[in-house]
Structure formats: structure tokens, C-alpha cells
Design a protein around this ligand. Structure first.
Ligand SMILES: Nc1ncnc2c1ncn2[C@@H]1O[C@H](COP(=O)(O)OP(=O)(O)OP(=O)(O)O)[C@@H](O)[C@H]1O
Ligand SMILES: CCCC(=O)O
Length: 358
């Protein structure tokens, strides 16, 4: 069997995860943490490009990885234009939009750019991205809001949601494209996707302010109160943005983005911590109920995933509210590195066609 060597690059806000696989076998995995001091010298995420690339190359050299054998460099994709799910070769159009960050700044904008740069320096390697956060399969009806100039956008944990959807289907003897699933990714951000036969036809925008609140994001807010605060003169534009994303949710209520820490507060008798964690779980369960309506009740499974799916209290709270709809499966954490490797292998083995970004 032909052995393909794959380098996976996944830049996050405070870390860069890299992995090397020979086919499915992991030969190297490293979570490189970037301290506040390391990143503070850069004004924008785009400015971190050279720094992160050098760190990656140094790690590979130190681990004695034969990079000339790499066939494919797979980067986590970023906030480019809305696109269909799939694997995209990194071309000039994609690089331009990753640099701009068409839908905003996000560390994953660097994934495709660094992948391309490294692939170009290697004999016979190509660069790709797969299932970036802007995967958009929304039905038209799901895009419309009461303000025509403010449509809904699909920005969510597409890579992990699709990967756990495929895993759920596979372990039950189905293919993902046959099933109707509701997937709740619960991490720093929360996204609840309605997967109808392999397409995410409705989902909240996990970054930009609607859906359930999350550890550090405010979720849907009362619009009148939000407008009033914006014009109160008490906050700058940047401060209001931070209120919505970064300093919202559990951070605003309890001063931490760690559910593990909230659990400690509850154990110490903090009733407010219990109420706030209940409210977050309640909002997630309610959103799952909305997805069930989109699927007209024909739901094959509800999947809870992301770091918070480790939390027994949250999982039980949601399960109690939604297990009348369909069986609930729990896949704690996320495995984006494996998901990126699997997408690369599907291309290298000619099992799927690579898409072209324009
Ligand atoms: N064992 C655990 N029990 C309870 N909560 C946990 C556990 N492990 C992680 N968490 C919580 O999961 C959250 C982080 O989830 P995750 O690591 O998926 O987020 P992220 O990768 O930073 O963000 P995102 O998933 O939005 O990209 C934190 O609030 C953390 O405290
Ligand atoms: C929307 C997916 C990624 C994030 O939560 O930052």
C-alpha cells in the first residue's frame, strides 16, 4: 500500500498544533503554546505569520522529521468567503482572502497560508485546507432576518461537526449522508448544527453573536438593550465587540471561561455559578429543539461534542431536555488534527475531488 506523508497545521488563538501522519498513523504531534508575551508584539493575527511558520519548521527539525517525504500539507482554513464543505487546494484567490480575512480575523486564517509556503519549499507537496469555519450549506430560508441588511451567516465548527457526524454514522453502519443529525459543538464558542443528509442547512454563527451563550461569547442578546449600550457613550466599538466575543458568557457572569472552574465554584456552594451553567445548558438544549423542528422531527441522533461535552452536569441537563427527540451520543473534545488528516487522505487516495476556491 502506498504510504502518504501528511503535515497538518492548525493555528489556534494561543497555540499552533502540528502533526505528521504516514497514512492514518501519527508519527509526530505537538501542541505549541504561544505565551501572551510571544504574541503581544504583533498588532494583527496576519502579522504572526513568519513567527508561527518558523516555530513550526523548528519543531519539525528538532523532531528529526524527514520533511522532504511530505506529500501534502493540510492547513486549518479561515474566515474566507462562504464555501461548500470539502477540501480546497490553496490557490492565489484563497491566499488573498486568507490574508484579508474576508469575514474577520481568526488564527485559522494562517493555516492555509503557512501550509502553502511550506509545501512550495518541498519537492512534490501540495497545500490544502478542509472544512473551514465558513462552510455554508444554509437553506435560503435560514439566512433571512427581520433586517434585510443583516442576514444570518454560517460560521461554525464545521470540521469537528462533520467529523463526529461521520463517526456517529460509521459506528452505526450508516453513511453520514443518509442521516438527519443535530450536532452541538460546545467549546469556547458554541455552535448547534442541523445536519440534513450530509448538509448543515441551519446553524448559529458561533463567532458573531447569536445562538446560545458560551464560555466567552454572549450569544443572542436583547437587540434594544444592545443598541442602547452601543450609543451610551460608555463603550468604544472595540469594547462592545469584546463584550460579545471574548468577555461575554461565563466570563461576564463568573470571570472564567473554564467550565472546570465553574464546577469548582458549584462544589464550593456558589448558587449563582450553578444557575449560570444551567442557563447555558438550557439555551443549548432549546437550540437543539429548534433544529428538531427544522428536521420536522425526523432526527436520527443528537451529538454533544467539544470540550464541555466532558462535563457531566451540562451533558445531563441537556440530555434531560432533549432525549425525547432522539438518542443522545456524546463525543467529548474534538479531534481536528485527525479530521484534517482524514480529509487529506481522501484527496490523496482519489476518493474525493478537490474543490477550487474562487
Ligand atoms: N474534563 C472537563 N470537564 C468539564 N469541562 C471541560 C473539561 N475539559 C474541558 N472543559 C471545558 O471545555 C471548554 C473548552 O472547550 P474546547 O477545548 O473545545 O474549546 P476551544 O478549542 O478553546 O474552542 P472552540 O471549541 O470553540 O474552538 C472550557 O470551558 C473547558 O473548561
Ligand atoms: C466558529 C468556530 C471557531 C471558534 O469558536 O473560534
Amino acid at each position: 500500500m502506498e504510504i502518504f506523508r501528511i503535515l497538518v497545521i492548525n493555528p489556534g488563538s494561543t497555540s499552533t498544533k502540528i502533526a505528521v501522519y504516514d497514512n492514518e498513523k501519527s508519527v509526530f504531534l505537538k501542541n505549541i503554546k504561544h505565551s501572551n508575551d510571544d504574541l503581544a508584539v504583533f498588532d494583527t493575527i496576519a502579522d504572526q505569520y513568519e513567527f508561527r511558520k518558523e516555530v513550526i519548521l523548528n519543531e519539525l527539525i528538532q523532531a528529526d522529521i524527514d520533511i522532504d517525504r511530505i506529500n501534502c500539507v493540510m492547513g486549518r482554513g479561515g474566515l474566507v468567503k462562504p464555501i461548500q464543505s470539502g477540501v480546497y487546494v490553496v490557490n492565489e484567490d484563497l491566499k488573498r482572502d486568507l490574508r484579508i480575512g474576508v469575514l474577520g480575523e481568526h488564527a485559522s486564517n494562517l493555516g492555509g497560508l503557512i501550509a502553502d509556503d511550506i509545501a512550495k519549499s518541498l519537492p512534490g507537496a501540495k497545500a490544502y485546507i478542509a472544512d473551514p469555519v465558513v462552510v455554508d450549506e444554509l437553506e435560503d430560508v435560514a439566512r433571512i432576518t427581520g433586517c434585510p441588511d443583516m442576514p444570518r451567516h454560517s460560521i461554525f465548527h464545521a470540521l469537528n461537526q462533520k467529523a463526529v457526524g461521520r463517526l456517529f454514522a460509521h459506528t452505526r453502519g450508516f453513511v453520514y449522508e443518509e442521516l438527519n443529525l443535530i450536532v452541538a459543538h460546545m467549546g469556547g464558542g458554541v455552535s448547534i448544527g442541523t445536519h440534513r443528509q450530509g448538509k448543515v442547512i441551519d446553524v448559529n454563527n458561533a463567532i458573531d453573536g447569536y445562538g446560545p451563550f458560551s464560555p466567552e461569547r454572549a450569544g443572542t442578546l436583547p437587540a434594544g438593550a444592545l443598541v442602547k449600550e452601543c450609543f451610551s457613550g460608555a463603550y468604544s466599538f472595540e469594547e462592545m465587540k469584546k463584550k460579545i466575543n471574548g468577555k461575554g458568557g461565563l466570563v461576564a457572569h463568573l470571570g472564567t471561561n473554564q467550565v472546570t472552574e465553574v464546577e469548582r465554584m458549584i462544589e464550593a456552594g456558589n448558587e449563582n455559578a450553578k444557575l449560570v451553567l444551567s442557563a447555558m445548558s438550557y439555551q443549548i438544549a432549546k437550540a437543539i429543539g429548534g433544529c428538531a423542528a427544522v428536521l420536522k422531527g425526523k432526527v436520527n441522533g443528537i451529538i454533544l461534542t467539544g470540550g464541555i461535552a466532558h462535563d457531566k452536569f451540562v451533558v445531563q441537563y441537556i440530555r434531560d431536555m432533549v432525549d425525547f427527540i432522539a438518542p443522545v451520543a456524546v463525543y467529548p473534545g474534538e479531534d481536528e488534527m485527525t479530521a484534517l488528516m482524514q480529509n487529506a487522505l481522501m484527496v490523496l487516495r482519489n476518493q474525493i475531488d478537490c474543490k477550487v476556491y474562487q
